[in-house]
Design a protein around this ligand. Structure first.
Ligand code: IMP
Length: 183
């Protein structure tokens, strides 16, 4: 879906399809260089990270494993609750593995901070975070993000995997949702 297909629902386009693409390529080049020889396990956080994971994994010129977790910290609203529930756990044993959590967005940081602690407790050799987007002004806890695509303003955004009430995930760009859609 392109911006023009939902133009009336969007307040502002923050990142075009092309800018997202360039961000993913930059992340991939840094990750390849750092993991040199250590095949990382990419852990995608469903559902928002599906697009980042699909494009990042294909851009990487090294072998990777992929697994998925589903956690929930949001209802259909636009605020983080801080309550994290595992809806789907990993299939992979993390013992001795180099884990790279692949996230769509770091907002309050509450979900990620919980996830980092959870995965670190499973005996991984290393656990790092790659996030396409981060809202620095929304941070309620500081989480180290080793690979960051873009810092964005503290507004509710949709597209490239990010939804509002399950819509807009298939938008190619990242855009600020117009308030009339959720008010
Ligand atoms: P956090 O716990 O506040 O960092 O947010 C965790 C999750 O909330 C993210 O992985 C997203 O799935 C979702 N989220 C946070 N901000 C946004 C947004 O602006 N649009 C859509 N989803 C968001």
């Amino acid at each position: 879906m392109d911006v023009d297909d939902v133009r009336g629902d969007l307040a502002e386009v923050l990142l075009t399809e092309q800018q997202v693409r360039e961000g993913i390529v930059r992340l991939a080049r840094r990750i390849e260089a750092d993991y040199d020889g250590d095949r990382p396990l990419l852990v995608g956080v469903l559902k928002g990270a599906v697009m980042v994971m699909a494009d990042l994994a294909r851009e990487l010129r090294v072998h990777v494993d992929m697994d998925w977790m589903a956690v929930s910290s949001y209802g259909a609203g636009t605020r983080s609750s801080g309550v994290v529930r595992i809806l789907k756990d990993l299939d992979t044993d993390l013992t001795g593995r180099h884990v790279l959590i692949v996230e769509d967005i770091v907002d309050s940081g509450l979900t990620l901070s919980w996830l980092l602690a959870n995965l670190e407790s499973r005996g991984a050799a290393s656990v790092r975070v790659c996030a396409l987007l981060r809202k620095p002004d929304a941070a309620r806890i500081v989480v180290p993000v080793s690979y960051l695509g873009f810092d964005i303003p503290n507004e509710f955004v949709v597209g490239y995997g990010l939804d509002y009430a399950e819509r807009y995930r298939n938008l190619k760009a990242v855009a600020v949702l117009a308030p009339h859609v959720y008010q």
